[in-house]
Design a protein around this ligand. Structure first.
Ligand SMILES: [Fe+2]
Ligand SMILES: [Fe+2]
Length: 224
């Protein structure tokens, strides 16, 4: 498995847009939640569970329309959405959202589902890169959370039963163990989404160089 703190350096305009969008949302989350990690996790996991479902649905419909194999992408994305939803189901046992946070969750879902669907339809590559960067930030936040738990600034507590069952943790597992496995999940999603963006990018490059080649051949034919 790759390094937990992997960062993908932006290589083109699409990557830069994805990174700026992520940094802007990170700034909003930092300003609002500060060090309330449990509450932060509950609210942000409601957003994190959206892209996989949106991407999975759009690719599912595309596969039906084009009568084309999806190379396993749909299942990967739907599994990601399910896994993120389990993060939410776990953290709701750690922190109960306030009425304001519940309101934010509703507004955020409405805006994000629309925004992400539009981004996915315009540029699938940017959409996956955005999730790759979101997940980098998630890894970073869960590391901060873990550090506070290890230092004792945030008191540790028994792991919720739902987490013990889902990740097959020992019965005496604590919140620290839960944060560790969730952080591993986020690192996995990060790598998958960056990989998807890379593959789409590669396809685009191949398409452009093929077009250029055809143009060059046409030109040579005319000149000869
Ligand atoms: Fe998550
Ligand atoms: Fe995530």
């Amino acid at each position: 498995m790759s390094d937990i703190n992997n960062h993908f350096k932006p290589r083109n305009f699409s990557d830069k847009v994805a990174l700026s969008f992520t940094k802007f949302l990170r700034f909003l989350a930092d300003t609002f939640f500060k060090k309330r990690y449990g509450h932060r996790a509950v609210v942000l996991e409601t957003v994190a569970a959206v892209p996989g479902m949106v991407g999975g649905m759009i690719l599912h419909l595309k596969s039906l329309r084009k009568i084309q194999d999806d190379k396993g992408w749909i299942k990967t994305l739907l599994d990601e959405a399910e896994n993120e939803r389990m993060h939410l189901m776990t953290f709701v046992h750690i922190a109960k959202p306030t009425s304001l946070e519940r309101f934010i969750i509703m507004i955020a879902q409405f805006i994000f589902i629309l925004a992400y669907s539009i981004i996915y339809l315009i540029s699938q590559r940017t959409a996956h890169r955005i999730v790759g960067y979101f997940e980098e930030e998630a890894v970073f936040s869960y590391t901060e959370y873990l550090n506070e738990l290890e230092a004792g600034t945030i008191p540790d507590q028994a792991a919720p039963e739902i987490a013990i069952n889902y990740w097959n943790l020992p019965l005496h597992a604590t919140l620290k163990d839960v944060v560790r496995v969730i952080r591993d999940d986020e690192a996995g999603h990060r790598d998958v989404n960056h990989k998807f963006a890379d593959l789409i990018n590669l396809k685009k490059i191949q398409k452009t160089s093929k077009k250029k080649q055809v143009k060059k051949e046409d030109k040579e034919k005319i000149l000869n």
